[in-house]
Design a protein around this ligand. Structure first.
Ligand code: BJW
Length: 250
């Protein structure tokens, strides 16, 4: 008998799956010290209106404010390290015939933990691009807030703001995997921001079982086959340890 209600069923579902999708949100990195977006009291947006910060219109209105907000978050994230849950997910691909990790997180922690193929749906805070033309760019040290691109426009973080399209290549990979997976493991997302919020339902409608790990109910919980009400850091290693034992270290 495992510690958390639902763990044994979650293990059964994943042990019986050949193709698995894992999708993660901000709660995945909370125990590494990265604040989530919507959990009081430390939520990132507690003091700000997201519409002022994470939109093209917000950046156009006050580029320095948005740049500084991201610069502060980048400094803070750079001091964090992945936890045992990130490392457990990095061990998962070898357990299945098909595996895809879809993260909404921009913090790079899955990659640092050893996941080699991470679909970063909302981009990466450590990359930059031109605000006007979208080409990749590297800011010069001390080049202003925001720094200018060579073409004269401002630079911005290479993240996906509200109202912006996700990378079509990422979307194609996501929906192809969702259509064919046997199980989807959903970790630490409020299930409110689309299109990622719709992924569990897409997978379920294509026949997959839905396992959720989250200390609080989310928008995903009503359609989850199993809801493991617990944090990512302690739960995922237990889950992956059990799968590795069952699969004989395949
Ligand atoms: C733990 C834990 C622990 C705590 N362990 N768990 C369909 C319907 C309605 C609207 C739309 C729609 N389709 C598109 C839209 C518009 C919009 C949208 O979804 N709006 C909704 C708010 C309604 N979507 C978009 O604009 C997207 N673009 C798009 O679809 O383009 C086409 C289009 C355009 C326009 C109209 C229609 C279509 C782009 C979305 C980009 C989101 N960007 C952000 C910012 C990224 C950059 C940055 O970081 O600054 O991404 S918003 C923010 O929310 C961030 C996150 O990735 C995202 C999701 O947040 P997440 O991960 O769920 O975090 P939280 O904080 O909300 O939840 C944390 C969870 O963790 C909680 O459940 C906790 O309980 C849990 N937790 N501790 C495990 N220890």
């Amino acid at each position: 008998m495992s510690t958390h209600p639902g763990m044994d069923e979650a293990i059964d579902i994943l042990a019986g799956a050949r193709r698995v999708v894992v999708t993660t949100g901000a709660g995945m990195s909370r125990e590494s010290g990265v604040p989530t977006f919507r959990d009081a009291p430390n939520a990132l947006w507690a003091d700000y209106n997201p519409e002022d910060l994470a939109t093209r219109a917000g950046f156009a209105r006050d580029p320095a404010l948005v740049w500084r907000w991201y610069a502060e978050r980048r400094r803070m994230i750079a001091e964090t390290t992945p936890h045992a849950g990130h490392r457990a997910i990095a061990r998962m691909p070898r357990l299945f015939d098909g595996f895809l990790l879809l993260t909404q997180n921009i913090d790079n922690l899955h990659t640092t933990a050893g996941s080699s193929d991470v679909v970063e749906l909302h981009g990466n805070i450590f990359r930059f691009k031109c605000f006007e033309n979208g080409h990749p760019a590297t800011p010069d040290e001390g080049a202003g807030e925001p720094p200018r691109c060579q073409c004269g426009s401002f630079l911005r973080p290479d993240v996906v703001w509200f109202g912006e399209m996700l990378d079509p290549h990422h979307i194609d990979r996501a929906y192809a995997a969702l259509a064919t997976c046997d199980a989807i493991l959903v970790v630490g997302t409020s299930g409110l921001v689309y299109p990622a919020a719709g992924f569990p339902a897409v997978a379920r409608d294509a026949g997959a079982r839905v396992v959720e790990v989250n200390p609080e109910p989310s928008g995903v919980t009503p359609i989850a086959d199993v809801f493991v009400r617990a944090g990512a850091r302690d739960t995922l290693p237990l889950l992956v340890d059990a799968l590795e034992r069952l699969r004989g270290g395949r």
